[in-house]
Design a protein around this ligand. Sequence first.
Ligand SMILES: [Zn+2]
Length: 628
Amino acid sequence: MKKTYLLALPLIIGLLTSCQNGKQSSNKSPEKSGPKDTTAMVNDPHSYAQPEKAVVSHLNWDARVLFDSATIVATATWDIKAPEKTDQIVFDTYDLSIQEVKVDGQRADFTLGAFQEDQGRPLTVSLPANAQKVRIDYRTGDSARALQWLSPEQTASGSARFLFTQSQAILARSWVPCQDSPGIRFTYEADVQVPKGMLALMSAQNPQEKNETGQYHFEMPQPIPSYLMALAVGDIRFKAISERTGVYAEQPLLEKAAYEFADLEKMVQAAEELYGPYAWGRYDIIVLPPSFPFGGMENPRLTFATPTILAGDRSLVSLVAHELAHSWSGNLVTNATWNDFWLNEGFTVYFEHRIMEEVYGRDYSEMLASLTRSELKEDAAAMLEERPEDTKLKLDLAGRNPDEGVTSIPYNKGYFFLRLIEEEVGRSRFDTFLRNYFDKHQFEVMTTEAFLSYLQENLLSAEQYERLQIDTWIYKKGLPENLPKVPSQRFAKVAQALEEFMKAGTLPAQKQTAAWTTHEWLHFLHKLPDSVTVNELQRLDEAYHFSQSGNSEILAAWFQPTIRAGYEPIYSRVDSFLVQVGRRKFLTPTYAALQESGRADLAQAIYQKARPGYHAVSRETLDELLDP
Ligand SMILES: [Zn+2]
């Protein structure tokens, strides 16, 4: 998932496999290298599943997608592995109505346990000896939090309805009864019936065009955890970018998306050169309607992406590098529980920067790293006031919604932790280390502790481990003083231009700004001091037309100083943006700025209009933020 931090209120604020030393095949297909136990026996506080009793290995999902009632009616048939003595298996569910359960063809007893706010209910099924298949007939409920049903008006085409899922962190259980823990992997196949005229896509081998029946078959031969289960249904088209990459979107966005992601193949190649073969077959991206709550979601084979990255100038494609990087960090080697989330995201941000460096040069990637660093410092300072425990890399999210762990810390502190090690051992040794790490642990899960052992056994001496304060980075609050620095000459020039504007009122010259990318503009806007006046903002707006920008990153950054200074002309643009876009990263700081600048009335009025169009994960964050 990409940088979708929950903004801490009120400020900005998203088994254990013992290290194997044996040589392993670099063949990425697990079936070819023989059966491998891919399930982690780690206690996951966010799942009712008890994998030590019985665990799933394969899903056969047969589903009908009913737009009129906004429900999915389905049968989930699970292949299970159960020790002889086991007499039950436990699944996670959230607001599912269960019609019938059969075990190996016979009706079976089942119970649904007490409902808990974030976790839903455990579904416990009695098992006879040697049970092999559990079949669950069910339908989804009104509060299926993973599903977002869109009316035609909420889509780009305006002519057809649309459905998409967002399962991370623990929302898969609201559309499939499953063992909803990142430590439990399974393969799947699916048959999905959707209305005629629509295309269905999953995190699996996908069709490239609509058929006449609306019936689609899917296979996912590599084992994945439940949070990577995904489905999108709509009037969707496909356009190839290279032989193994392409883009899906509604017709009006298709060409724009293909242009924006033209470098996709180059990125996959750069990633493979760094850390080994891409393990999943095709790599495609689907551009979703604007209410998608995240920047992107790394669903295997098919990244889900927000249309807010279609800037028209390819300036926001680092998001694609991020989701692509998850094909290794996260999807191939997976955090064992959400407390180890930094293993997914810190590695991915590191890898994202490396891909960007390969494709666009060090100068550019260092500018991104510099932005990452300022964001981290700002967020960590705010979080130390509000929720200091969450500034540790290893989190403790037991009893809380794991979504609360989605902050700058696992992403950016995780990134700088890895960068620190790279700077210590040198790039070439670090790359070899990472490549071996991905290779040895592919299709497995990883705990923080297992990674630290691996790090000690394979890279750092005891002296280095001590000197770099590895345990402090992982288990202590805040940012250690050896946080790597990122010199960016390009930003130094921006800072100088800003200083001249604030001191002497001199606008940065056209000659200079012509070469600025989105990131330089963002740096300029982020660094505007609190003392900036309405007059100065108006001069900037006249010169650079920020209020009319079609680049959502720039627009959202521009909202901050203008709302806070009470720059009247911005409010109508804020209104239309918040009604149109559902990406939480933009919503939270913008609503927060309205509230903090004495315009809570406006925040409430806009939210009332916009809320029905937001995905549940955005609504949950904003309900809390805007609670009167
Ligand atoms: Zn991510």
